[in-house]
Structures are given as C-alpha cells and as structure tokens.
Design a protein. Structure first.
Length: 659
C-alpha cells in the first residue's frame, strides 16, 4: 500500500505546527506560516514533499470549502444588491489594472501578446487570502468588505473567458465565437439552478434531512451539495471555486445555513492550509535571491498599482477616503487563479521561464504581505485623515445626506455596524428613549435616515464622528463592534471626551473583559458566556425550576464568572460602589394591577420583606430621591431598588407574581 501521501501530510502538519507556533509568538498571521512551510518543504528548498500533485488536489478542496462557506455567509439577495459593484466595479478594476500593467510590461521588454497576458493575470487578486482574512476579522459584510467581495466575484467569473482567450492569444485558432455562445447558455443555466435551489429546492431537502436529527447525515449532505455543484460548474467550463460559492448561495437563506457553516469550519481550515502550503512550494528561493532587486522593485510596482486602481474603483463607487484605502490595500496582491493562467501562458510561450519565475516570486510575496497591509489600512487612513484633505476626498463622490441631530443631553449612543446594534436601536426606539446611532455602513445609514432615524455614518474611532453624536454629553454608550482592537480604540476616544458616561461593551470571549474594563468600560457583555446563560435559563425553565430560583442562580453564575468586574465603575466619584461590586440598582415599573398601589413605603416594608431598598421613586416625570416612608405608591410609578442581584430577582418575582 502506497502511504506516501500520508507521509507528506505528516510532514506538512509537523512543519506548519512548529512554524506557526513561532509566528503566533511574534504575532505573524498563520497564512504566512503556511506559505513558509511550503517554501521549506518544496522542491526548491529541502524537497521534503514527494507527491506535490496530491497536495495541490487537497489545496483545491480547501479553496472549494472556503468559497462554499463564504457563499453561506453571503446570500443571493446581497449578491443582487451589489450587482453594480460586481459588474461595473469589477470590470473597471480589471480593465484599468490590465491596461496599466500592459504598459509597464512593455517597458520590461516583453512583446505585446505577453504584455497583454501579464496585464490580465496581474489584475486578478487572491480570493482565498483576502476573504479568509475578512472572515477572521468579521468584516466580510461591512461596506468595504462587500465591495471587495463583489470585485473578487467578478474576477472569478471573468476567469472563464480568460481561460478561453489565452490559447487564442498564444496563436491557437478555434471557434471562439461559438465557445462564448456556449458559455452564455451555461451561465443562464447555472443562474436558473441557483435561483431554484435557493428559493425552493435546498430549503426542502435540508428540512427533510434535518428532521432525521442525524448530524452525520446532515454533514454528509452539505458536503455532497457543495462538491456536486462545484463539479457541475467545472464540467461546464467554470472553476470549482466559483461553483462552490454558488452552492453556498443556494443554502445561505435557509434556516440551516448557520448549522452547515459551523460543521464545515474545521474542514475548511484544514484544507485551506494545504492551499497556502502548495503556493509556497512553487517559489524558487534561489531565483528570488539572485534577482532580489528586480523582485523587490516589481513587488512594489504591483502592490502600489493595484492598491491605487482598487482604491480608485472604490472611490468611483462612492466610498469615503477610509473605504478607498481599505479596498485598495485589500486588493493589492496577485491572486491564486493567476497561477492557473500563468502555467497556460508558459505552455503557449506567452511568457518566458525567467518571467514565469519572476511572476511567481512577485505573486507569492504580494500574497504574503496582504495580512499586514489589510491590518495597516485603518491606521494608515486615520493618519492621512489628519491632514487637510479636500472635502470630496474625505466624504466620497456620493456623500450621505447630512441630517440635523437634536442637541441631546443624557441620551444613549449606540455604536455598531452589525445586526445586534441595529436591532438594539429598534428596541430603544420602541420605548421611546432618546438615542443616536453611529453606523459604519453607508447603505444601512441611508435607509435608516430615510425612515427619520437619528443615525450618522462614520468610524467611531474618529473624534469628529463621536462629537457629532454628542458622545461628550451622553449618559449611556453601547459599543457593539465585536472586534477587540476597534473596541479599545473607541473606548479610549470616549473616555478622553466623557469621563462619566456608563459604557457597555460587547465582546466575544469572557477572558477579554478585563482588558475592556481597563480601557474604561463599565460593563462588558461576553456573548459566548451570555449565550450559555440563556441556554441554561431555558433548560431550567423547561425543567420547571421556580422562576425566583432561576433568576437567583443566573445572578450567582454571572457574579462568579465576572468576578470583581461585575458592573464596575471606574469613576472615582463612585468609590463606594466600586467596593460593593455585588450591588445593583434596578428600575421597577408599577403596573396597573400591582399590589403596591395605594400603599405607603412604610406599610409595604420592602426592606424587611424582600431585602432590598427603594433609593428613589419616579412620579409624574419627577425623581424623588430618598423617598419618605409616608409616600404613597401610585400606578405608573418607577421604583429604583438597590440590592444584591439574587435579592432583586427574588423581590421582583414576589412583587409581580400577584399581578
């Protein structure tokens, strides 16, 4: 039995583990580690891998699974919404990049046919690298993320005509017109299949499978759908990766898409690593060393040119200056599909062996730089915005309509771009509390402004945006951005403007809450832990555990896990409360059928009966601090009660159960 492929996998895993362990210590992205693994194990260095073809096959599966999960995260509705970006933006970026690269290639002494070919392969960017990075940063559905995705989708689509065009450019004659006619028919067919699958077929199939409650069967079915559609598009002359993306779109709007996504993450991460290893194996390090000046110079030209044209395309599409920088740097590398084309170009003598190796070196180095460039984009944009740039550069060609915001004081500010922040804003609207939202997505902002909502567009890291939302006069500020680094940056700005606001921040992991408290948060909601709390609450409710015991247990669990950080106030003026981290103040509205109505606080004996204290009472919009024991409780009053979480839960349960 031939186990050479198993040996190769063990070598790759072992080398990747060592390299990425070291890279993690110095905070270098794992993508770079996988590429370095490929370089070290490849034929041009230590030749540790014997069957590179098998590695390339697993790499292809990795790209297929990556594109499938991206399709799951996206949706057909979103794709239709960004059709302008896909076709206009994608075509503009490809045409301008190819044209300018052609001119530069001619200066290198390459003939016209070869220069045209190099123009097209340079114009393509890396779907696998960029979308993996955006997925990890939770920016795939952001405004700039959608633009990047739209342009990359166009590049994947245009790959098919480029594959047909390359032999013709190389001198091979064929009936090109008929091939494009067949391609058009195939495209219409696959579009119809995706629509039918998304609308009717996949939801019904997945429902039938899900009803079996067999997770292995569900996973097998998801993989079957992904690979079948990818194989179908491949047979029709399109790429496997594009087919996988379409398969993801077919499932994306079903209620089972999130479950499918969760099942596929381990497979996607494992196989995608092989893709980056296979890319690294292509690089001839000796060639790069011998021609290092030429390689470095060409890498600089390619990254600069692609960033400029990608950013320019984003600007024409209406992005702000920040969005222009983000899109430009995200698209500044050479893509993986260029490797397919460049091999064809070598076969048809469109490119010499020397320029083939130069292209490989430039492509791999530019892909390796991508994680750093994408990370650098935001700080670079912030630094450039400090200078007095023209207004139309900063705001974009299609600036959002400026709305007049009320001069609020003691209001709520909600910061976030995701559905959580938008839904929270709707909830606050429901109880008619004055608030302003800051959203970093022009499309969402425009829709909300048209509905008359107090929402502004901008990056909350910038002080002018925060001042516009009157953050300096806000009472409560909620940060729901998910990204730890961004949350810290926003917190620092808020605390430099407003020392007294109560700041609630959302983050993913409970172990990160200490950092957010350190930078000024009063309360941190770790979503993973709170999801577990909600599940536990429903479990106890289903088991008919009494309500007061449920609330008491949950309060104790939160107290144990949050520790001294539970609702900690950093303001020194609240020093007493900082030494009593287990004490809360909760507002309780007196409903129409409440047993408290018509009785004095003395008669109710709330302290003796429930262990809590009424510290204030709101009657007819008037706050009565330290209310006298003779005051009578009326309908629609709001009582502010102080006590431990479990005591408050017990009091509310006892007071409301008789209503």
């Amino acid at each position: 039995m031939d186990i050479s492929i198993l040996k190769d996998i063990v070598i790759i895993f072992a080398l990747s583990t060592v390299v990425n362990f070291l890279f993690t210590k110095i905070k270098v992205p794992t993508i770079i580690g996988y590429m370095l693994t490929g370089i070290l194990a490849g034929p041009h260095m230590f030749s540790l891998i014997g069957t590179s073809h098998d590695i390339e096959l697993m790499a292809e599966i990795g790209v297929v699974l990556l594109m499938f999960t991206i399709g799951l995260e996206f949706s057909l509705k979103h794709l239709i919404k960004i059709r302008k970006i896909v076709f206009f933006g994608g075509f503009l970026q490809l045409l301008l990049t190819a044209f300018l690269t052609l001119i530069i290639a001619l200066t290198y002494g390459i003939e016209l046919k070869g220069s045209i070919f190099i123009g097209f392969i340079t114009a393509l960017s890396s779907t696998a690298v960029v979308l993996k990075l955006l997925q990890e940063r939770s920016e795939l559905t952001s405004n700039y993320g959608r633009t990047v995705l739209g342009i990359l989708i166009f590049q994947d689509i245009i790959l098919i005509p480029l594959l047909l065009f390359t032999p013709v450019l190389g001198g091979e004659t064929s009936d090109l017109q008929m091939q494009f006619v067949y391609l058009g028919i195939k495209t219409l067919g696959i579009t119809a299949l995706v629509y039918i699958g998304n609308k009717w077929l996949m939801p019904r199939i997945l429902r039938i499978i899900a009803l079996t409650k067999n997770q292995e069967l569900f996973l097998m079915s998801i993989l079957l759908i992904c690979l079948s559609v990818a194989l179908l598009t491949s047979e029709m002359g399109m790429s496997l990766a594009f087919g996988a993306f379409l398969a993801g779109l077919m499932i994306s709007e079903s209620e089972y898409s999130h479950n499918a996504f969760g099942h596929l993450i381990p497979f996607k991460d494992t196989f995608t690593s092989f893709f980056f290893v296979s890319i690294g194996m292509l690089l001839d390090v000796e060639f790069v060393i011998e021609n290092y000046i030429l390689v470095i110079f060409t890498v600089g030209i390619v990254i600069g040119l692609k960033a400029f044209i990608g950013g320019g395309t984003a600007f024409i599409l209406g992005h702000t200056f920040r969005g222009t920088i983000l899109v430009g740097l995200a698209l500044s590398q050479v893509g993986e599909f260029s490797f397919i084309l460049v091999k064809m170009g070598l076969k048809y003598s469109l490119i010499s062996e020397f320029y083939f190796q130069l292209f490989l070196g430039v492509a791999i180095i530019s892909m390796s730089f991508s994680p750093f460039l994408i990370k650098l984009a935001n700080p670079l944009a912030s630094w450039l915005l400090k200078y007095n740039l023209p207004k139309f550069w900063v705001e974009g060609l299609f600036p959002l309509k400026q709305i007049e915001l009320p001069d609020y004081k003691n209001h709520i500010v909600i910061i976030g771009k995701d559905s959580r922040a938008i839904n929270l804003s709707k909830m606050v609207d429901y109880i008619e509390l004055p608030h302003i939202s800051i959203v970093f997505d022009p499309t969402t902002v425009r829709k909300l402004q048209e509905k008359g909502k107090n929402v502004i567009y901008g990056d909350a890291v910038n002080e002018p945006v925060l001042y516009k939302a009157h953050v300096d006069k806000a009472d409560i500020i909620i940060i729901s951005v998910g990204n730890m680094i961004t949350s810290i940056a926003i917190l620092e700005k808020i605390r430099s403007m407003n020392k007294h606001a109560y700041v609630i921040a959302r983050n993913r992991h409970i172990e990160d809450i200490e950092v957010l408290y350190k930078y000024g948060a009063n309360e941190v909601i770790p979503e993973e832990f709170e999801t577990s709390i909600e599940l536990f609450k429903r479990l106890m409710t289903k088991r008919l555990v009494p309500r007061n015991e449920v609330e008491t247990t949950l309060a104790q669990l939160r107290d144990e896990h949050y520790g001294i950080f539970r609702e900690k106030d950093i303001d020194e003026k609240h020093a007493v409360m900082s030494h009593l981290p287990n004490i809360e103040v909760v507002a309780l509205k007196i409903e129409e059928d409440s047993p408290l109505i018509g009785k004095s606080l003395k008669e109710l004996k709330i302290r003796r009966n429930y262990g809590v204290t009424v510290v204030a009472l709101k009657q007819n919009e008037r706050i009565i601090e330290h209310p006298d024991s003779t005051i009578i409780v009326l309908k629609d009053d709001v009582a502010y009660i102080l006590g431990k979480p479990e005591q408050i839960a017990h009091a509310i349960n006892e007071i409301t159960k008789n209503q």
